[in-house]
Design a protein around this ligand. Structure first.
Ligand code: GTP
Ligand code: NA
Ligand code: MG
Length: 298
């Protein structure tokens, strides 16, 4: 298949970093709402998704970027690993007044594991604070094996303030440039493939899942399999809450119609109703066999 004939899709950009280094505030300023203020204790406990339109680059079409917010709290390392594995680009947020902290290091390790697939952009944040030493933070990054452009490496580093918006234009431009080099394309004719970012029971809709779509086109009525549950898609809602008819690769949507609650992190695939029912039967049997073997070992 000639990849260059496929349409470009929005790059998936995951914001990661140590707790309270300002990930949600930064995204919040980007889309100018106030999710950070509404969150209990200001601690992110889920993977949020939203899309922002970005200005066209020279000669390019107008496009958007899908941003995923992740928690920085130590307890959420599984979510961070998931975030790093489904994304095209990681923006590592490092608070200038705090420098490299344990979850900063964790993110660096995750990105290095996925370095063939995942681009890295560093955002040194909170530069509005008095007496911050950006130079010191950049040298800490170098010591942690993040080869910034400034030191002859290939990792771009932008200085920003999520609070007052300084540097955010440049951050978006930098993300755009990295995405353009990655040339992320949408395989729309294929089977639907994506990942569950989060799932919950919702009044009136039953089990719903936020699905990040990477291939194919999601529409209501199609059949999906995820782990040992399945759905005939009943409704699709964009992360900003609008009901949508179709979802294209590189974007996320809340999907209803699930038989049972899917697990966050599980892969979502489409198929015919009969194939899916058969596959689920097989998956359940396999799980039962594995469980009985563990029982025997015990
Ligand atoms: P977790 O999701 O819990 O990991 O935190 P987070 O990284 O999303 O940080 P959050 O956006 O919740 O911000 C933490 C605190 O830092 C809040 O009090 C913000 O107001 C403050 N903050 C965030 N960005 C900036 C900034 O650019 N400058 C200053 N001065 N404060 C900031
Ligand atoms: Na926080
Ligand atoms: Mg947050």
């Amino acid at each position: 298949v000639d990849k260059s004939s496929l349409p470009l899709r929005p790059p998936v950009v995951t914001i990661m970093g140590h707790v309270d280094h300002g990930k949600t505030t930064l995204l919040d300023t980007l889309r100018s709402t106030s999710v950070a203020k509404g969150e209990a204790g200001g601690i992110t406990q889920h993977i949020g998704a939203f899309s922002v339109p970005v200005p066209a680059t020279s000669g390019g079409d107008k496009r958007s970027i899908t941003f995923l917010d992740t928690p920085g709290h130590a307890a959420f390392s599984a979510m961070r690993a998931r975030g790093a594995s489904v994304t095209d680009i990681v923006v590592l947020v490092v608070a200038a007044d705090d420098g490299i902290m344990p979850q900063t290091k964790e993110v660096i390790e995750l990105v290095q594991k996925e370095q063939d697939k995942v681009g890295l952009v560093v955002a040194v944040n909170k530069i509005d604070k008095p007496d911050v030493d950006i130079d010191r933070v950049e040298k800490m990054l170098l010591a942690a094996n993040v080869l910034l452009e400034r030191f002859g490496g290939d990792v771009p580093c932008v200085h920003v303030s999520g609070l007052n918006g300084e540097g955010l234009d440049q951050l978006v431009e930098t993300i755009n440039a990295v995405a353009e080099m990655q040339d992320v394309r949408a395989e729309q004719k294929d089977v639907v493939q994506g990942y569950v970012l989060e799932s919950k029971m919702q009044k009136g809709l039953g089990p719903v899942a936020t699905v990040l779509l990477l291939r194919g086109v999601m529409k209501s009525g199609i059949h999906l399999i995820c782990g040992t549950t399945h759905a005939k898609v009943r409704s699709l809602t964009s992360p900003s809450g609008e009901s949508v008819k179709t979802v294209l690769p590189g974007s996320a949507a809340v999907v209803s119609g699930w038989k049972e609650l899917p697990n966050a992190g599980d892969e979502v695939l489409s198929g015919s109703e009969t194939d899916i029912k058969r596959a689920i039967g097989n998956r359940i049997r396999k799980a039962e066999i594995e469980a009985s073997m563990t029982d025997m070992e015990a």
